[in-house]
Design a binder for this molecule. Structure first.
Ligand SMILES: Nc1ncnc2c1ncn2[C@@H]1O[C@H](COP(=O)(O)OP(=O)(O)OP(=O)(O)O)[C@@H](O)[C@H]1O
Ligand SMILES: [Mg+2]
Length: 494
């Protein structure tokens, strides 16, 4: 590319003794979408954080439009027109959408006072451009993650950007939102903005990117025009081996473990009825806002239901909270790891066991040996990559944090397990491990509900697919009838 915007050369970064980037080069042209792919922990976010002024590289150089670039803070990057949307969203939950968008650059009137009207108008404009329908005056903490993600993007395009860096933006979006985002990317591209894009969804690379750089264990294993490569090339550069094909085994199913009868929760969902047997995997498909997470929350007792009934192994139950649900053997792995239970500055060990410490107690004492043995088993089973179980969980890569939370769900020996977007931010190799892990749980007789916006995931895992739309179950499709088309049709028809 002749029209270079950014040139990074031989970037190097280490944390303690752990070298996470070794001599990585990256160049981005004006109007180019440059994708970065690699397994969990390969160093993608670290590279992005260097571009965004969050981390200082230990070696190497960066140039923007030919001039040397030294970034001492995220604000410095922003001042240079480099806008980064990080993997972990960073909105202020108590502020409204408009306040979040203009935080740090509030519009002011002639007297230097906050110009609320202009702020509201500009917010409207931005939200319209992104086709986001939300009330800009509610605190963003009350919005879904997908909505928060779109607000981050609105925030990003509210400043004059030369470069937009997106760390796994599509991980929290459904198919429609991905389309909206990609339309926007095309428009920004046409304006000459350089875009760096990270995703574990390889098909997206082929849809949107011009070039791709692959990282493996902190090294750049390849850079190519996307038109010159295929998915196999990417995978082999990422992991250095090919995948074997998958065969699903038929599972035996036991008694009905969980049954919902006409369950309703005001404003969230209505008359939802279904059952899940021991050993069965039921997929909950649907678009964002269809009410899937809300149903899961009601089952887990963190959202009240207004009418209807729920039975666990035949016994009518009404949970007063997650504690009661857990005691009946129900576990829930949330889609929102930040809001739901991840303790960022605590060790992995604690994060893995915190919600079920009773299991590791005897005579009132916490048996550290038992706790460690459990954590070690999870690390092995889920192939969690980490320096030690004492490491703060926030220092693990996103995908590895997710695996710790999956493992945590097992500490309570659940009989009913609800996975809400279980593979968000997880690389394709790890994804397969997680699928196998979920299937093994089902083989052991756990009743499983999988909520996922990824069609392939739902179809691959589920014995039966329930499609939700507008708070209701719109269709129930057995494995043989559930196809991408039938699910999509049921999810979006009105
Ligand atoms: N603040 C930190 N302190 C110590 N180690 C860190 C820190 N941040 C990242 N690491 C380590 O650097 C390595 C690369 O992590 P990074 O987050 O860049 O991976 P990634 O490619 O973005 O992975 P993912 O796909 O899971 O998001 C990992 O081994 C991680 O544990
Ligand atoms: Mg990352």
């Amino acid at each position: 590319m002749t029209d270079e915007l950014l040139q990074a050369q031989a970037l190097r970064k280490q944390f303690g003794n752990n070298v996470v980037l070794r001599d990585v080069d990256l160049s981005v042209g004006r109007g180019e979408v440059h994708a970065i792919v690699g397994e969990n922990g390969a160093g993608k976010s670290t590279l992005i954080k260097i571009l965004g002024g969050v981390h200082r590289a230990d070696g190497g150089t960066m140039k923007l439009e030919g001039r040397e670039l030294i970034l001492n803070s995220p604000q410095a990057a922003l001042d240079q027109g480099i806008v980064v949307i990080h993997q972990e969203l960073s909105l202020a939950p108590d502020l409204t959408t408009e306040e979040n968008i203009f935080l740090g650059h509030f519009p002011r009137n002639a007297l230097g006072l906050l110009d609320r009207r202009r702020m509201r108008e500009r917010t409207r404009e931005l939200l319209d451009r992104l086709s986001i329908e939300i009330d800009p005056t509610v605190p963003v903490g009350q919005l879904s993650i997908a909505q928060q993600q779109m607000i981050e993007i609105a925030k990003a395009i509210s400043v004059e950007a030369k470069m937009l860096v997106l760390d796994e933006p599509t991980a929290v979006l459904d198919a429609n939102r991905v389309d909206t985002l990609f339309d926007l990317v095309e428009r920004l591209k046409a304006q000459g903005i350089g875009i760096v894009f990270i995703s574990h969804h390889l098909e997206e690379i082929f849809r949107i990117a011009d070039r791709v750089t692959v990282l493996r264990d902190g090294e750049r294993t390849g850079t190519s025009d996307v038109s010159a490569i295929d998915q196999d090339w990417l995978v082999s550069k990422m992991i250095g081996r090919e995948f074997e094909a998958h065969h699903t085994q038929a599972r035996g199913m036991g008694e009905v473990a969980l049954e919902l009868e006409e369950l309703s929760s005001e404003g969230a969902f209505e008359n939802v009825s279904f059952s899940v047997r021991a050993g069965e995997i039921v997929g909950l498909a649907g678009l964002i806002g269809a009410g899937r997470t809300e149903v899961a929350q009601a089952i887990f007792g963190v959202r009240p239901h207004s009418s209807g009934q729920m039975k666990v192994f035949g016994r009518p139950t009404r949970f007063s909270g997650p504690g009661a649900a857990k005691r009946q053997g129900i576990a829930y792995v949330s889609e929102d790891r930040k809001a739901f239970g991840l303790l960022p500055n605590r060790p992995v060990r604690e994060n893995a066991t915190i919600s079920n410490l009773a299991r590791f107690r005897s005579l009132g004492l916490l048996r550290l040996d038992r706790e460690r043995a459990f954590v070690r088993e999870q690390i092995e089973q889920l192939d969690i990559r980490l320096p030690s179980m004492q490491a703060e969980i926030s220092t693990l890569s996103g995908g590895n944090q997710q695996k710790v939370l999956l493992g945590r769900a097992l500490a309570g020996r659940p009989r009913v397990l609800i996975f809400d977007e279980p593979t968000r931010g997880v690389d394709i190799g790890a994804k397969r491990e997680i699928y196998r892990f979920i299937e093994e749980l089902a083989e052991d007789g756990v009743a499983i509900i999988v909520i996922s916006s990824e069609m392939e995931e739902v179809l691959r895992l589920s014995d039966r697919v329930l499609v939700m739309r507008g708070g209701r179950v719109a269709a129930e499709l057995p494995r043989g009838e559930a196809t991408e088309e039938s699910v999509m049709r049921a999810a979006s028809l009105d």
